[in-house]
Ligand binder design. Structure first.
Ligand SMILES: Cc1cc2nc3c(=O)[nH]c(=O)nc-3n(C[C@H](O)[C@H](O)[C@H](O)COP(=O)(O)O)c2cc1C
Length: 476
């Protein structure tokens, strides 16, 4: 018997709605255990969140790197659409005021769900967001209107999010009159986040952890913390990083992921805020076409991000800048031939001119940076080099034609896996990649694979043949 026929005839009902944690879906008001991860500078756009939301999933708006009023407008549009959504609350160690302003905005605009990412420790603005309006319901249960889904790739951070807010931050909020003594008492009984997305090897900032080891690790932390704190609610763990095919989604759910989260593949969809030029580049990306490159935000610390390497020289050029930064105390001490190459090929202007531009930018945004740069020549060099890294992301987003070779495109290996899977189908063309349709194919395909596995694991020979889920045009 043909495997597909056998699958169709089997009574085994495995549907996408049931692959993850149904309680999680219920609480978020979604049908499918599927989240669209935040993508900075509105790459995970309002349109992307709305199309996922209309299809019974949930997308996070990519607030990182955007001015506060742009985020506010996006929230208004998302709220007006009536679909469930969330926003990114990203830790900004270099700009703590921005992080606080974003948290305040979410409280004021009643954004009930945030994806908290890049945190190294819990901060006051994050705790303030979580504890806002915490109260006891008539039945005695604790109600926290603001929900955090934390994105982590390390056990120690998972522990922090699965714990109650740090005592000293609770006290600080109490002293500032931002919570009452009763609210402080309730805060000590609930975790900062009931839900954590374990983020394996992904596009953008990543520790490159393998999903096969990371998910069980964070699940074990969840079990340990559940016992330790004896919470009346269930801690849950989802998985992101590397998911772009039905097989990957099936694996995640088989390992007990409560939901899956997708990033890279959504960037290639028509609703994302990236340029069409980059969408086309992404559609031609293969498994090994990604690499790590210095990150603009934490350049000096040697932090890296996963980016596209095919069709752009960004990764190589950014690595060169980092090497120069490490080996010279100032721009003036870079050998003249190297300096000339930088000015001709990367900056397309004298470094001094770029410094003047950077200086004016920071005088408005953060004058302390200028003061420091004028004292410390190496910091001045870092700011100038970060200009290139920062602009490279803008050139990619805007599709600036004369800068294609410098595009910084965050992307993980999931993109190559997706492209290979959809080869020969209508989803091969970038203009056909609607997020909801892509997501449904991943989910329905995962359900088919899980169903086949159930038969296979119970001894059916036919089902041991490889199953290739059909790619369908699901309506929006
Ligand atoms: C273009 C791009 C931008 C991203 N920007 C952010 C961001 O601003 N904040 C964040 O928490 N995660 C960011 N991420 C990570 C995604 O939200 C998601 O966790 C990740 O992409 C999942 O892994 P995948 O790329 O393998 O699908 C970004 C990812 C990409 C591809």
């Amino acid at each position: 018997m043909q495997p597909q026929l056998l699958l169709d005839q089997s009574n085994t009902q495995i549907i996408p709605e049931l692959l993850g944690d149904t309680g999680f879906c219920q609480q978020l008001g979604i049908r499918y255990p599927y989240l669209g991860g935040s993508m900075a500078k509105g790459i995970s756009s309002v349109e992307l969140s709305i199309s996922l939301g209309k299809a019974g999933m949930l997308g996070f708006f990519g607030a990182a790197g955007l001015p506060i009023d742009t985020v506010e407008t996006a929230i208004d549009q998302l709220a007006a659409s009536g679909v469930p959504f969330g926003c990114n609350l990203i830790h900004s160690p270099q700009e703590p005021d921005l992080e606080a302003a974003l948290a305040e905005l979410y409280i004021r605009k009643e954004v009930k769900l945030v994806e908290a990412s890049a945190f190294l420790a819990l901060t006051l603005p994050l705790v303030r967001y979580r504890l806002h309006d915490i109260h006891r319901a008539a039945d005695g249960s604790i109600v926290t209107p603001n929900r955090i889904i934390a994105k982590v790739s390390r056990e120690e951070l998972a522990e922090k999010f699965f714990s109650p807010a740090p005592e000293k931050l609770i006290i600080a909020l109490l002293q500032q009159g931002l919570i009452t003594a009763e609210q402080a008492e309730l805060a000590r009984q609930i975790p900062m986040a009931q839900d954590i997305t374990a983020e394996a090897d992904s596009g953008g900032h990543t520790d490159n952890r393998p999903a096969l080891t990371l998910l069980p690790t964070i699940q074990s932390v969840a079990q340990r913390m559940q016992l330790q704190h004896n919470y009346p609610i269930q801690l849950r763990v989802g998985l992101g990083g590397g998911i772009g095919t039905p097989q990957a989604a099936a694996a995640a759910f088989s390992m007990g992921a409560a939901w899956i989260m997708v990033g890279s593949v959504h960037q290639a969809c028509v609703e994302s805020g990236i340029s069409d030029t980059v969408r086309t580049m992404l559609a031609g990306t293969r498994q090994a076409d990604v690499t790590m490159a210095p990150a603009a935000d934490m350049f000096e610390m040697g932090v890296t991000v996963q980016v596209l390497k095919r069709g752009t020289m960004f990764a190589m050029r950014a690595a060169k800048l980092y090497e120069l930064y490490r080996s010279h105390p100032s721009m003036e001490e870079i050998p003249p031939a190297e300096r000339e190459k930088l000015e001709k090929a990367l900056f397309l202007a004298p470094l001094e001119q770029i410094w003047q531009e950077t200086r004016s930018f920071f005088l408005k945004r953060d004058p302390r940076q200028v003061e420091r740069a004028e004292r410390e020549p190496r910091h001045r060099m870092a700011l100038v080099f970060r200009w290139y890294l920062g602009q490279a992301a803008h050139w990619a987003k805007d599709g600036t034609p004369n800068r294609a070779i410098d595009y910084q495109v965050w992307c993980g290996p999931a993109m190559g896996a997706f492209n290979e899977w959809v080869k020969g189908s209508f989803l091969e063309q970038p203009e056909n990649r609607r997020a909801a349709c892509v997501a449904r194919n991943i989910l329905e395909g995962a359900a088919t694979i899980c169903r086949a596995n159930l038969l296979r694991f119970s001894g059916s020979h036919a089902a041991s043949l490889q199953i290739k889920p059909e790619i369908k045009e699901y309506p929006a």
